[in-house]
Write a protein that binds this ligand. Structure first.
Ligand SMILES: [Zn+2]
Length: 196
């Protein structure tokens, strides 16, 4: 029996296969919770989701339904099928213990980097130098001055995004464990994942 529905507990991660043509819905259960989303091509894990390539190809730093999410090799990896929020982050890499040390003076903090590594390891994906994930629901505001601020997500309880795989994928998702900032509304909560 293959599982098609999961609840990622607060501060944890999940890995799963998503076949070409399948649609995954990622839901912010309680609102204001970021989900770092990484995806690798199942038959060649040197190809992966790349937010910076995606914003280059889209000429935009936000997505709307029917937009393509690209790989590091400029090939379509996923298509946005629905999105009730419309604001996600393309520019921040995954949080990692060193970030918490630098920004918050916290040692050995849980992190999306660790969650994604743990979620993807059973699928034979070794830990990369860093995860450059698409950070669902993360509300990074770019100011005209060039400064950026991480603000509370715009997602309300039950808001979701649906993504269709354009090739067979291995997906990792982390319910971001940062409770030190507005990133997750100062409170870490679960993320629901369902293959439709
Ligand atoms: Zn994180």
């Amino acid at each position: 029996m293959v599982n098609h529905k999961w609840r990622i507990p607060a501060m944890q991660g999940l890995g799963f296969r998503l076949a070409k043509g399948q649609v995954v819905r990622v839901t912010d259960v309680e609102g204001e919770q970021v989900a770092d989303f990484a995806a690798y091509r199942a038959d060649d894990t040197s190809e992966r989701l790349d937010p910076s390539v995606t914003l280059d190809a889209l000429r935009a730093i936000k997505v709307k339904p029917m937009d393509i999410i690209y790989s590091n090799k400029y090939r379509p990896l996923l298509t946005v099928m629905a999105d009730t929020v419309g604001k996600h982050d393309f520019i921040n890499s995954a949080c990692r213990p060193e970030m918490y040390e630098l920004l918050y003076n916290k040692q050995h903090h849980a992190s999306c980097y660790h969650n994604l590594n743990t979620a993807l390891a059973p699928f034979g994906i070794p830990a990369p130098d860093q995860h450059y994930s698409l950070n669902l629901f993360m509300n990074t505001v770019i100011h005209p001055s060039g400064q950026i601020s991480i603000e509370r997500p715009l997602s309300k309880p039950g808001d979701y995004i649906e993504l269709r795989a354009e090739m067979d994928l291995i997906v990792g998702i982390s319910a971001c464990p940062c409770e030190e900032s507005a990133c997750n509304g100062y409170k870490c909560t679960p993320i629901d994942v369902e293959i439709l």
